[in-house]
Design a protein around this ligand. Structure first.
Ligand SMILES: Cc1cc2nc3c(=O)[nH]c(=O)nc-3n(C[C@H](O)[C@H](O)[C@H](O)COP(=O)(O)O)c2cc1C
Length: 509
């Protein structure tokens, strides 16, 4: 710091004291001569106190250098997402989901106008721009065919799943009214609802089909030590509503990262659902204790299959080390045990809370992962026994068609379903202060979310997206989803060239 700037700081500091002394004297004189009301004096004195406090505190340099006024910066910054969204956001701005993506979910959920006007906002000359090839012989695609049977020959209770289902989000990450709305929506619309790894709560039991997810914490089926408990598992797996079991190995937003339930969020209700002690901090480790290599993972799948009385069993994975997935696939041949389905979650997937490095730089994106898994299974002649479910920013009919073209049999949408509940992308899931009552446990917030209204929106989103898919693939010349070909989808790879998905992802089908 040079001499001059030191001088400026010292004089700014002195100025504060001079302003304070001057203001106090004026206020004192006005009181003395009875010329001013007490209602005016109190706020002035409070502001003065803040001014003095700011100038002597040492944590925030901006406030120390610009007392009182410096506070504006923090105040405005705390409303940055809202200000941006309300005033400055363009149609294709906004992350992770742009305004156009969010708006189409709101429109489809509310069953209101679902068209847009005037033309494309995206730039078709942009590298990465994707499109589908239409046909001069469009077909009528039947919505009733948008189903897939999950369960290979080892399964005795096959499940006829919709090609679009609600992705895993636990009760705990989401509120009780959000979970109940999702499950009722699944019932109304005839699709499935993944429980997330937090166990099955009464809010999940509204009549909609469930895919029970089991994570490293084995919530709802764990013993005192936190290990998998056969008896507890088989009791819950027998619920009529539980249609499939998903063992979670990893999720795209935080692969290889465990979770933590803080003691204050561990209420007696949550503790009972998860089979843990209330008001204690509970860790979900990053690794499973029931298996530690490819063979033992497959033996665990077989154990779970038997305990669930042969319901479809699969696992969820975000692709990291490719050789590990290849080893699992090879072990399927060695052991003869095949999962009924594999869920592939892209690195672009969402979460309630995770470290920045995991969200931004860990795991493989959905399109690359899906084509890799599909190709690996085809190469080893396993593909016919295993269905693939894809998740990672699936919002529109185009997103669904694209993932089906890359080898998926069905999709999950997690954040899309949150939008259908009214999520405004406030980016506050980890604060517990979700303004629309979805990602919160505060009753003052979640009671604003009306289950009877929101469940209809969830079902509408599904129905209208299926209608959009029917129109979209029909225009491409397909009459059902199984006909969709990767060669109908294109990506711009440079200013003057583009490739179809077959060339890009070297698909083996
Ligand atoms: C609030 C929230 C909670 C989540 N909880 C879970 C969970 O319990 N288990 C899991 O496997 N994935 C969880 N996920 C990830 C989603 O299931 C999904 O894999 C990911 O968000 C990608 O789908 P999307 O792009 O449609 O949201 C969660 C995501 C969000 C946004």
């Amino acid at each position: 710091m040079n001499k001059n700037s030191k001088f400026i700081q010292i004089s700014a500091f002195n100025n504060i004291w001079m302003i304070s002394i001057f203001t106090s004297t004026i206020v004192f004189l006005l009181i003395y001569f009875n010329r001013i009301s007490l209602y005016f004096i109190i706020p002035v004195l409070l502001l003065l106190a803040l001014l003095i406090y700011d100038s002597i505190q040492k944590r925030h340099s901006v406030r120390r250098n610009y007392p009182l006024i410096g506070r504006l910066r923090y105040f405005l910054e705390s409303y940055r997402p809202e200000l941006r969204q309300y005033f400055f956001e363009g149609e294709l701005d906004g992350k992770p989901f742009n305004r156009r993506q969010r708006s189409i979910v709101y429109q489809r959920s509310k069953n209101v106008k679902q068209t847009i006007s005037f033309g494309m906002q995206d730039d078709p000359g942009r590298i990465g721009y994707e499109w589908a090839a239409h046909s001069v012989y469009p077909k009528k695609a039947d919505i009733q065919s948008f189903k897939v049977e999950i369960g290979n020959e080892a399964c005795k209770q096959k499940y006829n799943a919709s090609i679009l289902n609600i992705g895993a989000m636990s009760y705990g990450a989401l509120s009780k009214t959000a979970i109940a709305s999702l499950n009722k929506g699944a019932l109304l619309g005839g699709f499935a609802h993944n429980t997330g790894e937090g166990g099955i709560s009464s809010h999940h039991l509204q009549g909609g089909d469930l895919i029970w997810q089991i994570g490293t914490g084995y919530f709802g089926c764990r013993n005192e030590e936190g290990h998998f408990d056969d008896k507890l598992f088989s009791e819950k797996a027998a619920y009529e509503q539980v249609k499939m079991i998903e063992i979670k190995l990893s999720q795209g937003a935080k692969p290889g990262h465990g979770g933590l339930l803080p003691a204050k969020k561990n209420t007696p209700e949550i503790a009972e659902i998860r089979h843990i002690k209330p008001y204690t901090t509970v860790h979900s480790p990053s690794a499973h204790t029931a298996f530690d290599n490819a063979d033992s993972l497959l033996r665990f799948i077989e154990r779970v299959r038997i305990l669930s009385n042969y319901k479809p069993v699969g696992f969820k994975i975000c692709i990291g080390r490719r050789e590990e997935f290849e080893a699992i696939a090879e072990s399927m041949i060695k052991t003869g045990i095949r999962p009924d389905f594999i869920t592939i979650d892209g690195a672009e997937g969402g979460t309630g809370a995770a470290p920045l490095e995991f969200i931004d730089h860990m795991g493989m994106a959905l399109t690359d992962a899906l084509s890799f898994v599909n190709n690996t299974l085809i190469k080893l002649n396993l593909r016919n026994d295993i269905k693939l479910i894809a998740s990672g920013k699936v919002i529109t009919a185009f997103d669904i068609a694209k993932t089906l073209a890359l080898g998926a049999d069905a999709c999950y949408s997690a954040r899309g379903m949150m939008f259908s509940l009214g999520c405004i992308q406030a980016l506050q899931c980890d604060s517990g202060k979700c303004p629309v009552g979805i990602a919160t446990q505060e009753s003052s917030l979640y009671k604003g979310l009306d289950v009877s209204d929101k469940s209809v929106r969830v079902a509408n989103f599904h129905t209208n997206t299926m209608k959009a898919l029917s129109e979209f693939i029909g225009a491409c010349g397909y009459s059902n989803c199984s006909e969709i070909k990767a060669s109908s989808f294109f990506k711009r790879t440079s200013l003057n060239s583009f490739s179809d998905f077959n060339e890009l992802y070297q698909l083996k089908n």
